[in-house]
Write a protein that binds this ligand. Sequence first.
Ligand code: PLP
Length: 404
Amino acid sequence: MNSARSAELYESALAVIPGGVNSPVRAFGSVGGTPRFIERGEGPWIFDADGNRYIDFVLSWGALPLGHAHPDVVEAVTAQARRGTTFGAPTALETALTERIAAAVPSIEMVRFVSSGTEAVMSAVRLARAATGRRRIVKFAGCYHGHSDSLLVAGGSGLATFGLPGTPGVTPGAVAETLTAEFNDLSGAAELMERHGNEIAAVIVEPVAGNMGLVLPVPGFLEGLRELCSKTGALLIFDEVMTGFRVAYGGAQAHFGVMPDLTCLGKVMGGGLPAAAYGGPRSLMRRIAPAGDVYQAGTLSGNPLAMAAGIATLDHLRQGGIYELLGAASGRMAEGVRVSGGESRVPVQAAAIGGMWGFFLADEAVRDFRSARAARADLFAEFFHAMLERGVYLPPSQFEACFM
Ligand code: PLP
């Protein structure tokens, strides 16, 4: 497959953009080779600058369950663009999208829009600290909650329990209040909360982990976190930036029937435009300025183009049968990868839920960051490139989920 034009574009980008990309994983760093520069998308397909066509299992990292350039979304965005792209003043579109989100996501009554998942999480954590009057937060190794300083904590190692900075530029002070536990290890979380019980403002978790590859919660894990939080007075934050409107229309909380105190959303709810949100019960959300005293703001928050795209997307997804289709297709992919792994004697662990699926080239079942990191990165890189050559665009890292 020819990728000469992508290689040229990458060279030009490298001269003026750090690493040639605007978000690190796009650079193919862990699989090697030249990132494909995309020219257009249509439904499940993307087309690169050399004219190659791929079936896209990245879908802008989960943002596009309706595929690329869905006619309803294109129509909604172009109609709004003709009326204006941003006003910095309220529009009815914001209320219309909020009403849809509140109707869909069981624990949400009120919503504040922001422009990225990072902002949504950062703001929800601020609200949790304000509401509880406590400082510390608990996160899980291998879960990603955006790149705000206090959540960029190295995962996995025991030292990380007390929050070593995960990147230069993040001060020890910024992560000093972040405690780390292992995903799916309820007793580890319980121990942390026992030790720091009345200092913990919030426990934040991806209810289905999608940022260390796809790792499902073991039965009882989310329920147990809910119980621990209720007992200690910490707030439970579900980071549903990836799982919202993807695992089910009402997100992972609807799928598992476990209610968080605060929910972060992003990706699907913006229909492929930059929008994200955090929400919860009125009693908590009324603390946000200007209704309350917790400051949080944004020039482009609730942007009309993004609101229009989000409304069109949710209105389409709300139609019956779509999540059954997504779930069946994701399940078939996971099963197919598992069976072909067995036939070719490559160790494969595969899983699927709603519109997400994923696999590890690993001998042992994966249930946390430790076991995820035992997967074979070298084999994955080879498999990734073999699939790319055959027109299948997978996430360029084993530590990412695939999207239907
Ligand atoms: N939270 C989760 C679970 C995510 O998957 C992501 C991004 O992938 C984020 C937060 C950060 O969102 P954004 O990249 O929009 O800042």
